[in-house]
Design a binder for this molecule. Structure first.
Ligand code: C5P
Length: 402
């Protein structure tokens, strides 16, 4: 579903190296038939020219609050009223600080105060600047003021640092904007999601785990939150930033994940078991580090972990319960078997034998089964796919309730 069709998007560009990506963002927004008008701060113009943005958006670019010609064409109040949504990408630390404090020293920050439209920002800055207390304080203020925060992403930065602070890629921003403008079918619904791997201790320094990155579970949590749900994410150890406006609890072992899930499952409308929970844990955890011996072999006795998903699915007041099945063959057969055996309402199956999808990858494809329907979600970015899956869940629970 394209929620950006004919939507009027006021794109604010601020001064940061990621400003060059704003040109591609305008193209991607035009491709989904949005009407784009660009506002640039003085800093943005040091990185990219208004002419480029004018050519790509097909509209004049506004750059100054005190420009009589521009004000005569479309004044700042008119521009603020014109927008269906204001998107600021990249959003610099300075602009975030201005917005959080209601400063209106330039055209963009004035428009922020003057618009009745929803506002989304895509922070982009050095990882130290992003982590800095004032920036984080400003972000919390903006969240309280109902500003949507898209990103930032993790990874290598233009300055050579590695960490959180990269502007999301234009396609990811478009996907976030789609969810922002999407209807909110999950308003007042409580959703509990497990994500990531679990770690099962062998001794104080070693554990058994798996390669789950947590990306799919985190993307589901963010997508459910954007469609209006109250989301609690219970995550095993992974290197991802907690999604914005999602209550996140980190756990280590399957036992802890089970306990935290059961503590939080009362009144949940939906449970999604997306975690790659270890099936087995060491029978005993050695109190001291196990020493190497002269033997060339050693073995560790394992015992089964309790199945969190099946436990929730068999609660007396069970929520709509969704499981995941990572298979390497015969997907439909195994997925349907699991759906029935674990008493699930929905199962999302993926083929982890295909390179580039599933564990650790940015993309995934899913076959989704309910007891009486099946749906194919084609290969896509995990963020996009997560939104599609959450939308499917919303349709199912709303059908259930009718
Ligand atoms: O049976 P299998 O482990 O393949 O099922 C996978 C599904 O079950 C996933 O949704 C996973 O989150 C869930 N699961 C669980 N607790 C376990 C094992 C798997 O919740 N101990």
């Amino acid at each position: 579903m394209n929620y950006l069709q004919n939507k009027k998007i006021l794109l604010g560009i601020t001064g940061g190296i990621a400003a060059y990506k704003a040109a591609d963002l305008v193209r991607k927004l035009k491709e989904v038939n949005a009407d784009v008008r660009v506002v640039m701060t003085a800093g943005a113009m040091a990185f990219i020219t208004p002419l480029t943005l004018q050519a790509l958006s097909g509209n004049p670019v506004a750059t100054s609050l005190l420009d009589t010609d521009a004000e005569a064409a479309m004044g700042h109040i008119e521009l603020a009223k014109w927008a269906d949504v204001v998107l600021i990408a990249p959003a610099s630390a300075n602009t975030l600080a201005c917005l959080a404090n209601g400063l209106a020293g330039d055209l963009l920050s004035t428009l922020y105060l003057a618009t009745p439209a929803p506002v989304a920002v895509c922070p982009a800055m050095n990882q130290q600047m992003w982590a800095a207390k004032p920036t984080q304080r400003n972000i919390q203020t903006l969240i309280k003021d109902d500003v949507s925060i898209f990103g930032p992403g993790l990874g290598a930065q233009a300055c050579g640092d590695i960490g959180a602070g990269r502007m999301l890629e234009p396609l990811e921003i478009v996907a976030h904007l789609q969810s922002l403008l999407a209807p909110k079918p999950l308003l007042n619904k409580k959703i509990v999601i497990t994500a990531g791997p679990t770690q099962e201790s062998i001794d104080p320094v070693r554990y058994i785990s798996n390669h789950s990155s947590g990306k799919m579970g985190y993307a589901l949590a963010q997508a459910a939150q954007q469609l209006g749900a109250d989301v609690h994410l219970i995550s095993g150890p992974c290197a991802l930033t907690a999604p914005h406006a999602v209550h996140t609890t980190t756990v280590t072992s399957a036992d802890e994940m089970l306990a935290t899930t059961l503590e939080n499952i009362d009144n949940a409308d939906v449970f999604i078991g997306c975690a790659a929970v270890a099936d087995y844990k060491p029978q005993t955890v050695a109190a001291q580090k196990i020493k190497k011996t002269a033997q060339s072999e050693m073995s560790i006795a394992l015992t089964r972990n309790q199945d969190i998903l099946a436990t929730v699915a068999n609660l007396p007041n069970k929520p709509f319960t969704v499981g995941f099945a990572a298979e390497t063959q015969d997907i439909e057969h195994y997925a349907l078997d699991k759906l029935q055996r674990k008493n699930l309402d929905m199962i999302a199956a993926n083929n982890v034998a295909i390179a580039g999808q599933g564990f650790g990858a940015e993309q995934n494809a899913l076959m989704v089964y309910t007891p009486n329907s099946q749906h194919e979600l084609a290969l896509n970015d995990k963020t996009r796919l997560a939104t599609d899956l959450i939308q499917l869940i919303a349709e199912q629970i709303n059908q259930h309730n009718n």
